[in-house]
Design a protein around this ligand. Structure first.
Ligand SMILES: Nc1ncnc2c1ncn2[C@@H]1O[C@H](COP(=O)(O)OP(=O)(O)O)[C@@H](O)[C@H]1O
Ligand SMILES: [Mg+2]
Length: 505
């Protein structure tokens, strides 16, 4: 097989080329993007051949007389006047279990040096999101292992939750922790992490982190680096979605992280400007909203008739100086079912993960929360809100009544207990225990300097004296009276060991 035939098979999974007589001509070529005239019947995402070049092109933009073509390789041999031939094949990607543990480029080719990916299953890159009839409401939680999120901004399987914030505030960390935490889950979703326009060194570090955590065995990593052609960065999130959909359509759960789609929008802007499409707001093409909506529409919880699988999407957006009112952030906020805002102020105060609890929301996830989490998180939300109000108010006055003081002292400790280092996601039964202690454990009695150790001490105590508490939360997904009593007893024991008076029965 010659190079081009091999490449075609790689991009479509099909051996035979239908004879095609439809030909066109390159009008212009620049930065791996070509304008081609004469291909009248060609469709979007169809592959085309360039005469005399050993690479294929991908049709990205249809206009009346010309089409835009992304060159999927070197554009060296492609010049004005070269003949272009239709292949009548849609760009498809290798999908399936063989991809687990692998690192691939947006064309599905391995870049981890671990050899060929053996799969016979291919799915087209661009697929429509499921219709309303093919869906059902989100009804199962996707636990991130991050206390703040699972308690206050819960995510459901099939949901689209945006992670948004400036550079370096822990957006990627949340996504990686979520992937690692799936190890703790019974019905573990397959994870797809799309590194979209991120530095190679960063991605390498991230893959080795996932490997060390034992998370690569259920994860696929798709990479488009900043020095790849813009079309690769543009394609990468769609590639990830297709790979996740394979599992969704099999009735399994999958999670796709798009890190980040700001860069995908930049890539689409670059391609569009090269094609001289009319620039709109912030120089983005008019269809940039459609770019992200059709990507995120593919996340869904499918109906039982369709197998009941799900694809959860965690798109990431990087903002500048906390500005969420830009064109791309507002677009994506309107497309998703909620957003997790990361804030520089708590990050500087070491309050990490630096999630802004006031502005972060999850519009569908709380219906999917398990009973045990619901029982502890309702109060937590109220208590925290009340505390934040009072704390602001108390800055201006010294005379506080004892009840107010108590609320503030409790709130300060709650905030400390919600701190969580990255790479340490907690399994859900542990989270429930810690959150229970936050709300019902009279933590205001514990000195501030002891709070940092309290979580660890409590979890250890339960592990040793009543591990059945964890088991019962795991199995019943609820917090029984018996378990509640045992947690309360463990808290009492720890307080005694801290020398806190009044903890005796
Ligand atoms: N919860 C956390 N606790 C401690 N450090 C954190 C936490 N979350 C993120 N970090 C650290 O902050 C830095 C930036 O995080 P990263 O996720 O790469 O940010 P972003 O993706 O928003 O640019 C990293 O060094 C990371 O380890
Ligand atoms: Mg990041």
């Amino acid at each position: 097989m010659d190079i081009i035939e091999q490449f075609k098979k790689q991009l479509t999974g099909i051996d035979l080329t239908p004879e095609s007589e439809e030909i066109g001509e390159v009008v212009e070529v620049k930065d791996n993007v070509a304008k081609v005239s004469g291909l009248r019947g060609v469709g979007n995402f169809e592959l085309v051949e360039f005469e005399g070049a050993d690479t294929l092109g991908l049709v990205l933009n249809l206009e009346e007389h010309e089409v835009g073509v992304a060159i999927l390789g070197s554009d060296e041999k492609i010049r004005e006047g070269i003949i272009v031939k239709r292949t009548k094949r849609v760009f498809s990607l290798p999908v399936g279990e063989a991809l687990l543990g692998r690192v691939v480029d947006p064309l599905g080719r391995p870049i981890d040096g671990k050899g060929e990916i053996k799969t016979k299953t291919y799915l087209p890159l661009e697929r429509k999101g499921p219709s309303v009839i093919e869906r059902q409401p989100v009804n199962t939680p996707l636990h991130t292992g991050i206390k703040t999120i699972d308690a206050l901004i819960p995510i459901g399987r099939g949901q689209r939750e945006l992670i948004i914030g400036d550079r370096g505030l822990g957006k990627t960390a949340i996504a990686i922790d979520t992937i690692i935490n799936q190890k703790n889950e019974k019905n573990r979703p397959i994870c797809v992490y799309v590194a979209c326009g991120q530095k190679k060194s960063k991605v390498q570090r991230l893959v080795s982190t996932l490997e060390k955590a034992g998370a690569m065995e259920y994860t696929i990593v798709v990479c488009a680096f900043p020095d790849d052609p813009a079309s690769f960065v543009y394609l990468a999130p769609f590639t990830g979605a297709t790979m996740g959909e394979y599992f969704r359509d099999k009735g399994q759960d999958a999670l796709a992280v798009y890190d980040d789609i700001t860069r995908q929008a930049w890539a689409w802007r670059e391609i569009s400007l090269i094609l001289r499409r009319p620039p709109g707001r912030e120089a983005y093409p008019g269809d940039v909203f459609y770019l992200h909506s059709r990507l995120l529409e593919r996340a869904a919880r499918l109906s039982e008739e369709k197998g009941g699988g799900s694809l959860t999407a965690l798109p990431i957006i990087e903002t500048q100086a906390g500005d969420v009112s830009g064109y791309i952030p507002t677009n994506v906020i309107s497309i998703t079912d909620g957003q997790i805002f990361l804030d520089a102020i708590p990050f500087k105060k070491e309050q990490k993960p630096a999630i802004n609890i006031g502005t972060s929301v999850s519009r569908v996830g709380s219906t999917a929360q398990m009973k045990a989490t619901k029982k502890v998180s309702g109060r937590l939300k109220l208590d925290l809100a009340q505390f934040q109000e009072l704390e602001r108010f108390s800055e201006f006055t010294e005379e506080l009544d004892s009840q107010t003081k108590l609320t503030i002292e409790k709130g300060k400790r709650m905030r400390l207990m919600l701190r969580q280092t990255d790479l340490f996601p907690l399994s859900i039964e542990r989270e429930v225990v810690v959150l229970y202690a936050c709300v019902n454990g009279k933590i205001e009695e514990i000195p501030m300097e002891r709070i940092a150790n309290f979580e660890e001490d409590l979890l250890k105590e339960i592990e040793i004296s009543c591990p059945e508490v964890f088991k019962s939360i795991q199995e019943t997904r609820d917090l029984s009276e018996d378990a509640t009593n045992k947690i309360a007893e463990a808290i009492r024991k720890i307080k005694i060991s801290y020398g806190i008076k009044g903890s005796q029965k």
